[in-house]
Design a protein around this ligand. Structure first.
Ligand SMILES: [Zn+2]
Length: 255
């Protein structure tokens, strides 16, 4: 209600819209469009704001595992709740981006945090001083992940693979131009690693283009390893063994 009044919309107009069911009154002082999501309604009813993956989902950032997580200072809220800070910035029923990243990085797994901060870096959602605020508010282990952020990865899957490669101390370069193509990763001297997330490779035309790309790369002398979403998330150990075998084969000069 306060936001609307700031835009010059008076109380009478708001109530006319509420009575006509064009906007919803969620609780005292809180109205919304009827298109609001159930999680936002729950947050407002609990006198809280969405944060962590719940806020990321509402704000259309890529999240795989959204759970209901709110920031609220009310004790009677039994839901997943973080109370330690006030929330100066707010986007609708969500905390601001700085607070969202702070909660996300301390709540979610490191590889998911890296995927989120890579995405936020790519779309330049936070300023340099926003990032400093995030880094100052989180423990060292999480700070290390946030500082790894890069706008180069183009998908969640690429961010997760880069996290895993870094953990395994495998040197890699991302988004490398080769001929008229660009590949996701180059490892060692001649191993290309291509990731295939479900979102970008569902079309037949894409599949055909990928086959031509791989054939060209192999003819050009590259060793090419293609990995899928489920291989990354469910069979990473096996992928890692394959990568190590391919790299040692290269070192032995057998290709
Ligand atoms: Zn959470």
């Amino acid at each position: 209600m306060r936001d609307l009044k700031r835009f010059g919309i008076d109380r009478g107009t708001i109530w006319t819209e509420i009575r006509a069911h064009r906007i919803l009154r969620l609780r005292k002082g809180w109205v919304s469009l009827p298109t609001i999501s159930p999680s936002e309604i729950r947050a407002v009813e609990a006198h809280g704001l969405l944060t962590c993956s719940a806020a990321a989902r509402v704000l259309s950032y890529p999240v795989e595992n959204a759970h209901f997580h709110i920031r609220s200072r009310r004790d009677e809220v039994n839901e997943f709740r973080t109370t330690r800070r006030k929330t100066p910035a707010r986007i609708g029923a969500c905390v601001g981006l700085v607070e969202m990243v702070i909660d996300y990085s301390t709540c979610q797994k490191a590889e998911w945090t890296l995927a989120l901060v890579d995405h936020l870096e790519r779309v330049r959602a936070l300023t340099a001083s926003d990032w400093v605020s995030v880094e100052n508010a989180i423990p060292e282990a999480q700070r290390r992940i946030v500082r790894m952020r890069s706008g180069v990865p183009e998908s969640t899957l690429e961010s997760v693979v880069r996290f895993q490669l870094t953990q395994s101390k495998i040197h890699h370069t991302m988004q490398v131009p080769i001929g008229r193509y660009r590949v996701d990763f180059v490892l060692g001297r001649g191993l290309v690693l291509e990731t295939h997330g479900a979102e970008f490779h569902s079309e037949r035309a894409d599949w055909e283009r990928d086959r031509r790309k791989v054939a060209w790369l192999r003819a050009d002398g590259w060793d090419v390893l293609e990995i899928s979403y489920s291989q990354v998330f469910e069979e990473w150990d096996s992928v890692l063994r394959t990568i190590r075998t391919a790299l040692s084969r290269q070192r032995n000069g057998r290709i």
